[in-house]
Design a protein around this ligand. Structure first.
Ligand code: ADP
Ligand code: ZN
Ligand code: MG
Length: 626
């Protein structure tokens, strides 16, 4: 469980889709239809008072009517004398004698052909409806239809957020990432200071981490802190676009960015856009590729002294096209990890500012109860608790609401595999085992950090050792010690729990590789001597191998001896780890307990803790010889 920190590809949260964009064409058309309908009804609004038909006839016969206007369904008119009240309307009745009577009474009358409006509408409405439907589906399909292209082009416009209110105050639990990004903020605030010295500023910064850990938030915070405009695009938006639009958007984006520099260009979900280019027989990735190529061209094209920082975010860095990660592109990566217990508390504090907390709510306790939660989960938790309180007509959010919200969210997260208590214990013992073996043996890289904060599925915890100097050579003893450290995890499980888990798979794999190299390439096994048994495996001098000298093609019995020798080296390392951990059993327990409580132990803290314990115990030989 000491694997590198890349999050797992399957870790993408299902509900995470891009937000709805600006109103689509469909809505414009529907709006137009409604307007026409309203205009229609206004057009037909009767004027003046309404009279019955018989009343109207009586008025005609009495000679009161001056003028009438005969429409298909209604008759409007005015009485003599220009009285403003004299306008009237009546519903027309089938009456063939009307004209005769009007002439007799000397009324001026005009007629009107039936309005063509209903007819036109009857024809236009379904047409508009069909057109809207068609456009809607074309959008979905993203077909390269010329006629609609002009509509789609308008989406090529990108808007900047000029006044970002988010700052680092709104982000917590990702201190290391924030620290790294402060440098970018400094640069954006005062680009002259840096460029005058001829320094090259990073062009692209890639934020890498599991979903919901605050990558988008951090990117905005950088813009907010530096007070520069924030342009953003999401990789997934391009997937459903017409061919050419994505590239046009990218072009537009960089053009605008150049005018607004210093600024930040943020490309969210970079993986949706920057997947490794594959040759597809369907050619269906054309759009994505065009867009990606445009992006690469723009990134190469702009002057690195222009204060434009391109930030990207992804939770699956392993699928990215390597072209994106070359120098001058996203060459700097910042890890945005799930928060530890202190980070969780800080994040809860940020989000709890918006709700009224009851006195019995202890955010420290809540942080302890939510291992594996990312920032977004915690924001969600506070919100859920507030909703529960509101439903119960409370004026404050109390502990019960939080307890219930936690239970609900954990049930939801269980599907995403959050470690349970038992698993946490195993992982804690495992990582403590690595750390203690590493701290006991001499000449090893010091432990930098131990963590049981889960990252994706692959790594349940990790113990990070950082070298203090560059090493070119390693002695056999050092290699043995490294093997012992690798086995420290599994061995701790054996000793403390009497049961082993699948968590050591990666350790065993690495140890085996190392032992194999010692035997077959480094000549470190007496039984097999100074022979390179791997031949062309590493593609070195023997690149053009003669037949029969291909990788690992040795005689049957040699293969057996190699395996036996590897086995013996590994057994020896396991024995060493077992001896150390038995001797330092109390330390194993103490470190494990601290890990379960705090989830993360920094190297300094670990050394202080162990030094303290070792001073207390009898002055025994703490560093056994290998
Ligand atoms: P990501 O981009 O990594 O998937 P977001 O930045 O979109 O995550 O996070 C979603 C929301 O979750 C944020 O708007 C914020 O409310 C909350 N959140 C996530 N991480 C943090 C954090 N580290 N500190 C504070 N709030 C966070
Ligand atoms: Zn391990
Ligand atoms: Mg995001």
């Amino acid at each position: 469980m000491a694997r590198s920190s890349l999050p797992n590809p399957r870790d993408r949260r299902p509900g995470e889709r891009r937000p709805a964009g600006r109103p689509s064409l469909l809505w414009w058309i529907l709006g137009a239809i409604v307007l026409v309908a309203i205009a229609q009804s206004l057009f037909y609004l009767p004027s003046g008072r309404t009279v019955s038909y018989s009343e109207f006839k009586a008025m005609v016969r009495a000679g009161q009517v001056a003028e009438v206007h005969i429409r298909p369904d209604t008759i409007t008119g005015s009485v003599k004398g220009g009285d403003p009240q004299g306008e009237f309307t009546t519903t027309r009745v089938e009456d063939p004698k009307l004209v005769e009577e009007l002439e007799e009474a000397k009324v001026r009358f005009t007629g009107e052909t039936p309005s063509r409006w209903p007819e036109i509408l009857g024809w236009v409405l379904p047409f508009l409806f069909l057109l809207a439907l068609w456009i809607f589906f074309m959008r979905r399909i993203g077909g390269p239809e010329g006629g609609v292209m002009s509509f789609a082009r308008s989406r090529a416009k990108v808007y900047a957020e000029d006044d970002v209110k988010i700052t680092f105050q709104d982000v917590a639990g990702v201190d290391e990432a924030a620290q790294e990004l402060r440098e970018i903020v400094d640069f954006l605030k005062n680009p002259k200071k840096f460029t005058n010295l001829g320094g090259r500023i990073p062009k692209g910064v890639l934020l890498v981490g599991p979903p919901g850990t605050g990558k988008t938030l951090l990117a905005k915070a950088v813009a907010g802190e530096a007070g520069v405009p924030f342009f953003s695009l999401s990789g997934s938006e391009f997937v459903e676009m017409f061919v050419g639009v994505g590239a046009a958007r990218v072009r537009d984006l960089f053009q605008q960015a150049e005018h607004k520099s210093p600024c930040i260009v943020f490309i969210d979900e970079l993986d949706a856009l920057g997947k490794v280019r594959v040759q597809s027989p369907m050619g269906s990735h054309e759009e994505r590729e065009q867009t990606l190529n445009q992006l690469l061209a723009e990134m190469d094209g702009f002057d690195s002294r222009k204060a434009i920082i391109i930030m990207g975010a992804t939770n699956r860095p392993e699928v990215l096209d390597p072209a994106l990660l070359r120098p001058g592109r996203f060459d700097r990566q910042v890890l945005v990890d799930k928060p530890d217990i202190r980070g969780r508390e800080a994040i809860l504090r940020i989000h709890a500012r918006q709700v009224k907390l009851a006195a019995d709510v202890d955010l420290t306790v809540i942080a302890a109860r939510t291992p594996g939660f990312a920032g977004a989960d915690l924001a969600n938790l506070v919100n859920e608790a507030a909703l529960l309180a509101a439903r119960r007509d409370k004026t404050e959010v109390d502990r019960r609401d939080f307890d219930e919200a936690i239970d609900r969210l954990i049930a939801g997260l269980e599907k995403k595999r959050v470690m349970n208590e038992q698993e946490r214990r195993i992982v804690a013992y495992h990582e403590a085992g690595h750390a203690i073996v590493a701290s006991v043996l001499p000449n090893l890289d010091p432990v930098h950090k131990i963590s049981i904060v889960q990252r994706g599925f692959a790594a349940l915890g990790y113990t990070m050792q950082l070298p203090t100097e560059d090493r070119y050579l390693m002695t056999r003893t050092e290699l043995h010690h490294r093997l012992a450290v690798l086995f420290g995890g599994r061995t701790a499980e054996e000793i403390a729990l009497g049961e082993i888990s699948s968590g050591a798979q990666n350790d065993i794999e690495r140890a085996t590789d190392m032992a194999r190299a010692m035997v077959t390439e480094l000549g470190m096994s007496e039984a097999l001597g100074l022979v390179n048994y791997e031949g062309a495996r590493r593609g070195g001098l023997f690149l053009e191998t003669p037949m029969g000298r291909e990788r690992g093609a040795h005689a049957e019995h040699t293969a057996q001896r190699i395996d036996t020798e590897i086995r013996s080296i590994l057994d020896q390392a396991h024995g060493l780890a077992t001896r150390i951990l038995n001797e330092h059993r109390d330390e194993l327990e103490a470190v494990t307990a601290r890990l379960l409580e705090k989830e993360v132990i920094e190297g300094e803290e670990l050394r202080a803790m162990l030094a303290e314990m070792r001073r207390g115990s009898a002055p025994g030989p703490n560093a056994p010889s290998a």
